[in-house]
Design a protein around this ligand. Sequence first.
Ligand code: SAH
Ligand code: SF4
Length: 379
Amino acid sequence: MPDSLATPPEAAPLRELLLGLGREELRARLAALGEPAWRADQVLRWRFRRGVDDWNRMTDLPAALRGRLAETLDASAPEPLRKLGSLDTTQKLLFRLRDGQLIESVLIPASPALYGERSDRRTLCVSTQVGCAYGCRFCASGLDGFSRNLSPGEIVGQVLQAQAMSGERVDNLVFMGMGEPLANYQNLVRALAILNDAELGVGIGARHMTISTSGLVPRIVDLADQPLQVRLAVSLHGATDEVRAQIMPVNRRWNVQALMEACRHWTTRKSQRLTFEFILIDGLNDTDAQAFALTRHARPLRAKVNLIPYNTVAGLEWQRPPVERQERFLQRLRDGGVDATLRREKGHDIEAACGQLRRQVMAGQKDGEDGGWKMAGGV
Ligand code: SAH
Ligand code: SF4
């Protein structure tokens, strides 16, 4: 056969990620190899407790078994590509996945806490998709469309890699990075179980995991019916259909009323209060009328409201309102009996900036356009 007709060599299929396997799945794999269940526990302890990602270093496993496991399972976490730090020690981490896609996580220092009740927690903001299909008009993550879902191992891997890079335990997670977590529901729920497993997983309490959603009503109901007592943050950003539909196309599928019904269902199933995220955008949703409408939604649900001054995205027209208008909006909510906060410090805006670092790096990293972030050194 002439060379030109020969079949090109196929790229080897990617091995499955160990970090995406729960204890029962790994036990089943080992049982299929004729091994006892406790071998799985050994492997998971090496990986999650001791941070070992090299099969050869799992020294209490027989060498032949290590070899067999390494053939089908990849114990790695996403590769760190870049680390950017802000003055308050918040760090943005850029990771490269095995297919070359880039994702971001943001490590937020112990104090103050974003969503947990205690203020001594180390929070990681994680991504759940590459890009986002929901196209909110204010958001950097959706600008280049949607590429793919992250697998459970890629979601869990962000946490392990952030811990390895910082040398500290992460004990609070917010799913506010790139992507819509509830649009990747199955993988999200699998990752949550591994992240929550205190003995053979990462060991983060469900109450310290906050899922943020732009409002996928049926999946909010599904997650409400799951036993894990995770927290929910709903990205509202408009208190009426008229305003919300202008900036969030998802509102045409599930309007504010449908969303509030799903939120009500949530509150019947979970003990933690839910949070409404509300970005303040100049001249769009920062009026007294919006504050009153928001109050009418939040009060009966006893929801907390997090006001976030809009974080400017290069290429998008929106601005944050002047500080006096932000304060006035906050006061209107408080006057109406709503538990509301306004985030002012830079580090608190951090999850809003998710998606921006990746875009810059993909665009060839133009100097001086990282929104005040400075390089904290390569990794
Ligand atoms: N897709 C999910 C989670 C990722 S976005 C969601 O939409 O909730 C996480 C949060 O950042 C959301 O509340 C989102 O609306 C907000 N956000 C996105 N772009 C922002 C910006 N430029 N400034 C401030 N917040 C932003
Ligand atoms: Fe997607 Fe959330 Fe950004 Fe909307 S705000 S485009 S849902 S990541």
